[in-house]
Design a protein around this ligand. Structure first.
Ligand SMILES: [Zn+2]
Ligand SMILES: [Zn+2]
Length: 347
């Protein structure tokens, strides 16, 4: 199979012919239909993700067609079209049994702890516990984006911060996660303000329903967010994993506000200094979040169907496997608006 393999940090991925993956007894082999390119892949590419060792095939936002199912798999068979979450939990430990698959101690994470979907085929372990059927008529490129950006934003807002209709949601960073949170927040009946440093991203946020946009290059973006939201956001969502955006997100909250850290603080940003006096005096709450438990897919898919939410504007570029290195390098600077998805694995 053709795969894009990372063999040296920050170097272009090599397009190689690799052996087809073996089918795990509890898993499936998928023909990959689409795979998103995410800032988390960029972390892996730069060597900042401690889970990744070389050589490595990245790619964690995928959907595909089952080519083969292992003997222990009961829910899936060849020909099924499925979406996978990027956290493949065991489904059996006490955390999984309690519904908290994102903290499963033995989780496998394709594209990080094992080879991912920047390839024509991928082996996916623990298929029964994690896969969801791709809804009839859903674009595979959009389904791939669901697997990370949309699911992560959904769980951050509904499973962690508890966003309610009428509340102000302040989003820091208008990349894939930020745009997904904007669209979901609007569909949930929240009012949304978005901060970023790239004018085109703010224009896109405005077009997608943001009531206020804040140019974070200004002197006091947190103050601008508080002013735009009538005294501060009820929920602030940090979508980059940067020190400056984390501090701004915290300072942009109204009293009793909730901040949810969605961006991955890696490398130089692993340790972040925050104004803890603001947390104390404002009686704020801070949540960490990562991914979405697989059992919450049906609720998300039902929400999308019931609200008629069109998430397709999130996809800005459909690219080929050989374009992946150029796309990863874009995250070094201010990446262009929207999400890139690999849909052509033949070149
Ligand atoms: Zn991702
Ligand atoms: Zn588990």
């Amino acid at each position: 199979m053709r795969a894009a393999r990372l063999t040296a940090w920050r170097q272009p991925l090599r397009i190689e012919d690799l052996p087809d993956p073996a089918c795990p007894p509890d898993g499936v082999v998928l023909e990959v239909l689409a795979c998103g390119i995410c800032r988390s892949d960029w972390h892996a590419w730069t060597g900042a993700d401690p889970d990744v060792s070389l050589p490595h095939v990245p790619g964690h936002e995928f959907c595909g067609v089952v080519l083969e199912a292992g003997p222990e798999v009961t829910r899936w068979r060849a020909g099924d079209r499925v979406i996978a979450p990027f956290i493949l939990a065991c489904g059996r430990c006490p955390d999984c049994q309690a519904g908290n698959q994102t903290i499963c101690a033995t989780q496998a994470v394709p594209g990080f702890t094992c080879d991912g979907a920047f390839a024509e085929r991928i082996a996916v372990v623990r298929a029964d516990a994690n896969l969801t059927a791709l809804p009839e008529g859903m674009d595979p490129a959009l389904a791939a984006a669901l697997g990370c950006r949309v699911t992560t934003a959904w769980h951050a807002l509904t499973g962690r911060a508890g966003l309610r209709p009428g509340e102000w949601l302040g989003i820091w960073g208008a990349g894939g996660i930020g745009l997904a949170a904007l669209m979901l927040g609007r569909a949930m009946g929240a009012r949304v303000a978005v901060a970023d440093v790239v004018a085109e991203k703010l224009e896109m946020a405005r077009a997608l329903g943001a009531e206020a946009v804040i140019d974070a290059r200004g002197d006091d973006p947190a103050g601008a967010m508080r002013a735009a939201t009538g005294g501060g956001a009820h929920v602030a969502l940090e979508a980059l994993g940067f020190a400056v955006t984390a501090e701004n997100a915290l300072k942009s909250l109204r009293k009793l506000g909730r901040m949810v850290q969605v961006g991955m603080p890696a490398g130089d940003h692993a340790r972040i200094e925050l104004p803890w006096d603001a947390l104390y005096s404002g009686q704020l709450a801070v949540y960490g979040t990562r991914g979405m438990p697989a059992h919450r897919y049906p609720a998300l898919l039902e929400f999308i169907a019931a609200t008629g939410l069109d998430l397709s504007p999130i996809i800005a570029r459909r690219v080929a496997l050989s374009d992946v290195s150029a796309e990863l390098a874009l995250f070094d600077a201010a990446a262009p608006p929207g999400v890139a998805v690999i849909t052509d694995f033949t070149r």
